[in-house]
Design a protein around this ligand. Sequence first.
Ligand SMILES: NC(=O)c1ccc[n+]([C@@H]2O[C@H](COP(=O)([O-])OP(=O)(O)OC[C@H]3O[C@@H](n4cnc5c(N)ncnc54)[C@H](OP(=O)(O)O)[C@@H]3O)[C@@H](O)[C@H]2O)c1
Length: 326
Amino acid sequence: MASFATEALRKVSLVGQHRTAVVVGGTLGIGAAIARHLAKLGCSRIVIFGRNEARGEAVLEDLHRISSKADGFVAEFVKGELSDSQSMRTAADNLQKAGGIDYLVMCQKGLPTGTINENADGYDTPFAVQAISRFTLAYLLTKRGALASGASVISIAAQGQTLDDLSVDDLSLKGRLSTGSQTTMFLNQSKRDSCVLDAFHEELNIRYPQYRYFHLSPGLVSSEQFDVNKFPGIMKYAVWFGQRLIGTTPDKYALLPVYLLTAAPASSERYFDSKLKPKRIGKWAADPENREKLWKKLVSIIGENEGQVSAPVEVWAQSEGGVTAG
Ligand SMILES: NC(=O)c1ccc[n+]([C@@H]2O[C@H](COP(=O)([O-])OP(=O)(O)OC[C@H]3O[C@@H](n4cnc5c(N)ncnc54)[C@H](OP(=O)(O)O)[C@@H]3O)[C@@H](O)[C@H]2O)c1
């Protein structure tokens, strides 16, 4: 897969460009693989965000081992949670200290469960991690001026699906919980995530045209913790077969987002399938009225006032060692 990306990346070097990447959900899987490719290309500073310190430190060791040393490579781990609005805001506060972020990569995983586990805000927790936290980080880091000029934000998660009658007043789908099987609920949660992600990425692209906000479907990637038993009913068999037929590894898949960030010719495309073919956003997200209502809802969920002046960007001192904010 991705021979065009491998070929193009052979000619790319970030050495001397002083690029900073923040990889949220970078302790494992696709996020860690993206960080490894960026380190290999010469990205001079990589911040890994996640909950698991031991896994975070192991990724930093890998990055130091494979990085180009030419620029005085710095890798840092920032420990944090993304399961409710308070922890998301704390994460944004800590990550904005990275300052001048060229690549904000978001791979945090909140896999649907087919049921609802409410967080402190009353929203389904996996939905909060998968969708609300990505909005929170992209929006706050943009608004607070933590992105470098021409920065790219990239979100890896299922793209292009639709749940036509999704209401922003029931984003956790509580009204549907008792109306179908766990598998139906799982599928609806997955469509809901895709609608919300497509919709706010489109709004970010419209509202902040000086940056690029990408949303990519990864297809089936056998990450270290990928477990077919987390899928309900017969879905686990379909996923098991799919993984064997068309599945790939995090390192192979990660070439595509890294190609998009560092080597792809400039283009207006922002949404892609697992082979990096451009895609449209889903039907629900394509409706500007839905997007407007969702934007207002998401801004209110994270307790932000649209007119409010942004917090100034506080920047970390460059250091050779790892930094842990908690
Ligand atoms: N792999 C696939 O086939 C596939 C298919 C479709 C969509 N996707 C989507 O692609 C993204 C990446 O998938 P992946 O397979 O690479 O996932 P993964 O290997 O499970 O990694 C997920 C990352 O999210 C972090 N994370 C999970 N919960 C978190 C929380 N509450 N707060 C902060 N960080 C959290 C984990 O770090 P810690 O444990 O250290 O916190 C880890 O670094 C996910 O959104 C996934 O849903 C993947």
